[in-house]
Design a protein around this ligand. Structure first.
Ligand code: HEM
Length: 358
């Protein structure tokens, strides 16, 4: 992504040396690549493709995700009034069936591609699909194509939007809070320098960057109602009687903005977490308990590495004098920015030598 930003900057920069970047789609392309490399051992969006790095297949897939998102996040009246199923209320069933079919076909193509590879090739490019297909050879009854496709779609569905949206909120918050942006950059300059790119191993040595991530996840948890849970047994929650089979939604968004717990809850203040100050306050951006997000460690590394590298390499500014819009949220199960983030950027003078070597 850094290479691509430099290349695009060279061709589109204006007199003041700044160029405009559509940040959202670049972050989606990057997150798609990270997850796809884990699942299938290959990039989804190629280097050479223009338009923020989207390949045709990735573009088709993402368009589908965006179309299906509103149908996934809303309450479907037909779940409560089954008679509405006859009329396919708001066309949800049709939309979701098409989404499922195309996503299933994509996963099947990936499985078939893997099957056609030699054993050596599969071992060399170790991926989740490769491992599962080897297991299929020893236990075909359990590791069916259906199971492999379900695991792949689960990770793609759960890992891409959440990661890119968190990074987009973080960038937006920093653009509106130049002091926090400067503090993050100063920390990177002091602890990483400018002779090499920031690496994953630097993250534990960048406490302020960690505070920025935590504060972003507090104000904008990208899965604000976690995932719907269901009471497997009759129980009581907060004094309410919950019959078995009831859907239970946890409002992490409200918990994170509770004025009884957080001072000025809507204010972006990474300092509130400095020196372990936030400890003991309930934060559940990744849920909790047995069904807590299994991608948390990966997500924290990816967002830290991406945000840290973007700040290390480039100067960033908002477009015009207006602040980045922080109030218009998209619809769906995850909390995305409805207005895609765009920003002005140029390579930092002190990083030019390092960027030339990429
Ligand atoms: C900033 C990024 C992310 C956030 C905020 C996030 C948040 C969440 C939340 C709130 C849940 C539901 C937990 C519950 O219901 O109690 C969840 C579940 C899940 N997440 Fe994440 N997630 C992120 C990234 C990822 C990544 C990168 C992956 C995979 C590569 C992933 C895979 C999953 C899966 C598979 C589940 C379902 C777990 C289950 O039902 O047992 N997530 N995530």
């Amino acid at each position: 992504m850094v290479r691509q930003l430099v290349r695009d900057w060279q061709t589109t920069k204006a007199m003041d040396g700044f160029a405009k970047a559509e940040v959202k789609s670049r972050l989606i392309a990057l997150s798609l690549n990270v997850i796809m490399r884990m699942i299938a051992g290959k990039r989804f969006c190629g280097e050479e493709e223009e338009q923020a790095g989207f390949s045709e297949e990735a573009r088709r897939y993402w368009k589908l995700v965006e179309e299906a998102a509103p149908a996934i996040g809303v309450s479907n009246l037909a779940d409560f009034l089954p008679v509405l199923r006859w009329v396919d209320y708001k066309g949800f069933s049709k939309k979701l069936a098409r989404f499922h079919k195309e996503r299933d076909e994509l996963m099947q193509r990936l499985i078939d591609e893997h099957r056609s590879k030699s054993k050596e090739e599969r071992v060399e490019k170790k991926s989740m699909m490769g491992v599962l297909l080897s297991l299929q050879e020893t236990d075909p009854g359990y590791y069916t194509d259906e199971v492999i496709k379900a695991l792949g779609t689960g990770l793609l569905g759960a890992g891409v939007g959440t990661t890119s949206e968190t990074t987009e909120w973080m960038m937006s918050l920093l653009l509106n809070n130049p002091e926090a942006l400067k503090k993050t950059r100063d920390e990177i300059d002091a602890r990483v320098g400018n002779e090499r790119l920031l690496e994953e191993s630097d993250l534990s040595n960048l406490p302020y960057l960690q505070c920025v991530i935590t504060e972003t996840l507090r104000i904008y948890p990208t899965t604000p109602l976690l995932l719907p849970h269901e009471a497997s047994q009759e129980c009581s929650v907060g004094g309410f009687h919950i019959p078995r089979g009831t859907m239970l939604l946890v409002n992490a968004y409200a918990i994170h903005r509770d004025p009884k717990v957080w001072e000025e809850p809507t204010k972006f203040l990474p300092e509130r977490f400095e020196g372990g100050k936030g400890e003991g306050k309930l934060m559940i951006p990744f849920g909790m308990g047995r069904r807590r997000c299994p991608g948390e460690a990966l997500a924290m590394r990816v967002v830290g590495l991406v945000l840290g590298t973007l700040i290390q390499c480039f100067e960033w500014e908002g477009i015009g004098k207006e602040e980045v819009d922080m109030t218009t949220e998209g619809s769906g199960l995850t909390l995305g920015k409805a207005i895609p983030l765009e920003a002005m950027y140029r390579p930092r003078q002190s990083m030019l030598d390092t960027l030339k070597k990429l």
